[in-house]
Design a protein around this ligand. Structure first.
Ligand code: AMP
Ligand code: GLY
Length: 422
C-alpha cells in the first residue's frame, strides 16, 4: 500500500517510523516532512492545507491512504474534500471530517457536546461581542483564577489563566475585540479545575474504539512547570498514577460517552481522538479534545504499540477496527525535546545539529529540522525529540538525558526535569 502522511513535526516522524515497520507499506510519502522523515520515506513539498495539490499528488502517485498528522487540515476539512472529489472519494483518509474535528476546532462546540452527553468538564459560559455583559456577570460567579479560551484554533496560545477579576475583565474585552483574531470572536469562560493533567488517546472507526497508551506531557518552557506555554517539552508513558480503577472511570464517564455521543449526532469520526484530562481528587474531567495524536505524546505512545499501525488504519478506514488488536509493550517510554534558544518566543533557525548519529539507546525523532547542503539544521522551535525506554520512567528518562548530553546545536535548550511531579 502507498501512504501519504501529512505534517512535519516530531509526531509525524514518529508516525512515519511506526508505519515503516509495517509489512503492508510499499511506498511512504510525507508532505512536507522534515530531515528525519526523509530518511524513511520521500518528502513532498506540499503544504498541509493545500488540498488541491495534495489530491493531485495522491492521484498521480497511486496513493491508497492519507494519514493526517496535524489539526489544521482536519479542521479546514481535508477529509471532506476527499469525499467530495469523485476521483478521491475512495482513498482512505485517517483523521475526522470537519464536523468531528470541531471537537478541537471550536471550544464552544466541544463544551456544548460534553454537556449534551453528560461528560465531566468544567462549568462554562460562552460569549461574543454582543453578550459580553453576560460574560462579565458569569465571571462574578467564579472564584479565581479565571480561565478564558478563544473558541477557535490559536496555535496553543488561546487559553489564558488569570489571577484577578480586574485582569480577567480586561482580557475578556481584549479577546472579544480581536486579540486572537477571529479565533476569539467567541470566548469560553471556564471554571478553573485544579489537579494533575494527563492525556488519553483512542483510535476509532466511528463504531468501536481502541484505547492507546496514556501519556503526560510537559507544556511549560521552564523548570518546575514555570514560564510560557510551548507545544510540549517532553512526555512520559504510561502515567504512573493511572491505575485500572482510574482508567475505568475515564472509559466509562468520558471515552464511551464521547464515541456514543458522536454516533448519536451522526458524526462519523475516523481517526485518533485525544482527551486532555485533569485528575481532580481521583475523578477525571475533560480539559480539551484534540482531533489528532498529541505531539510530543506520539513520540512516547507509538513506540509502546507493538501491533502493526497500518493494519489498525485499515480497520479505521473499513470500519472493522473491532477485529484488530492493539498490543502494548510493557515498561516506560519517555521523550525530552531539544528546542531552539528563545523558544517559545523568537529564535534563530539554520543551526547545524551535531552528533545525531552518535546517540546510543534512544530513538531520535526530528521535529523542526531540514537538510541544507547535506547537513541537518534547525528549522523550528522544537527541534529534536529524544525518545528512550526503560523498566520505569526514571530509567527511561536517564537514557533520554544521557543522549541530550550528546546531541548539540548552538543555543540548544531542554527541560532538565521532565517527570519531576510523578
Ligand atoms: P487547552 O488548550 O484547553 O488544553 O488549555 C491549555 C491549558 O490550560 C491546559 O493544558 C490546562 O493546563 C489549562 N486549562 C485549560 N482549561 C482549564 C480549566 N478549566 N482549569 C484549569 N486549567 C485549565
Ligand atoms: N502536546 C499537546 C498537544 O499535542 O496538543
Amino acid at each position: 500500500m502507498n501512504i501519504l502522511l501529512i505534517g512535519s513535526g516530531g509526531r509525524e516522524h514518529a508516525l512515519a517510523w511506526k508505519m515503516a515497520q509495517s509489512k503492508k507499506l510499499d511506498k511512504l510519502y510525507i508532505a512536507p516532512g522534515n530531515a528525519g522523515t526523509s530518511s524513511i520515506g520521500q518528502n513532498v513539498d506540499i503544504k498541509p492545507t493545500d488540498f488541491e495539490q495534495t489530491g493531485k499528488f495522491v492521484i498521480e502517485n497511486n496513493i491508497d491512504m492519507v494519514v493526517v498528522g496535524p489539526e489544521d487540515p482536519l479542521v479546514k476539512g481535508i477529509h471532506d474534500y476527499f469525499l467530495e472529489t469523485p476521483a478521491l472519494k475512495k482513498i482512505a483518509v485517517i483523521g475526522p471530517q470537519k464536523e468531528g474535528a470541531m471537537l478541537e476546532g471550536s471550544k464552544h462546540f466541544a463544551k456544548q457536546f460534553m454537556f449534551r452527553h453528560h461528560i465531566p468538564t468544567a462549568r462554562y459560559h460562552s460569549v461574543n461581542k454582543d453578550t459580553m455583559e453576560d460574560g462579565l456577570k458569569f465571571l462574578e460567579q467564579l472564584r479565581p483564577p479565571y480561565v478564558l479560551k478563544a473558541d477557535g484554533l490559536a496555535a496553543g496560545k488561546g487559553v489564558l489563566i488569570i489571577d484577578t477579576m480586574e485582569d480577567a475583565k480586561a482580557e475578556l474585552q481584549a479577546m472579544l475585540t480581536g486579540k486572537f483574531g477571529v479565533a476569539g470572536n467567541t470566548v469560553v469562560i471556564e471554571e478553573f479545575l485544579s489537579g494533575i493533567e494527563l492525556s488519553v488517546f483512542i483510535i476509532t472507526d466511528g463504531e468501536s474504539y481502541k484505547i492507546l497508551p496514556d501519556a503526560k506531557d510537559y507544556k511549560k518552557i521552564g523548570k518546575g512547570d514555570t514560564g510560557l506555554n510551548t507545544g510540549g517539552m517532553g512526555a512520559v508513558s504510561p502515567v504512573p498514577f493511572v491505575d485500572k480503577t482510574f482508567l475505568k472511570k475515564i472509559e466509562d464517564s468520558i471515552i464511551r460517552p464521547t464515541v456514543e455521543g458522536l454516533k448519536k449526532e451522526n458524526i462519523l469520526y475516523q481517526g485518533f481522538l485525544y482527551f486532555g484530562l485533569i485528575n481532580c481528587k481521583g475523578d477525571p474531567f475533560v480539559i480539551e479534545y484534540n482531533a489528532r495524536m498529541g505531539d510530543p505524546e506520539a513520540e512516547v505512545v507509538l513506540p509502546r504499540i507493538s501491533s502493526d499501525i497500518v493494519e489498525l488504519f485499515e480497520g479505521v478506514a473499513s470500519k472493522n477496527l473491532a477485529s484488530k488488536t492493539v498490543d502494548i509493550i510493557p515498561g516506560s517510554v519517555t521523550t525530552v525535546m531539544l528546542v531552539s534558544g528563545g523558544y517559545p518566543g523568537s529564535y534563530e533557525k539554520g543551526k547545524v545539529i551535531e552528533n545525531l548519529n552518535q546517540t546510543d539507546g534512544c530513538i531520535v525523532f526530528h521535529a523542526g529540522t531540514k537538510l541544507t547542503d547535506g547537513k541537518v539544521v534547525t528549522n523550528g522551535g522544537r527541534v529534536i525529540s529524544l525518545t528512550a525506554c526503560g523498566r520505569n520512567f526514571k530509567e527511561a528518562l536517564a537514557n533520554c538525558y544521557r543522549n541530550a548530553g550528546i546531541v548539540k546545536f548552538d543555543k540548544m535548550y531542554y527541560r532538565p526535569d521532565i517527570g519531576f511531579d510523578l
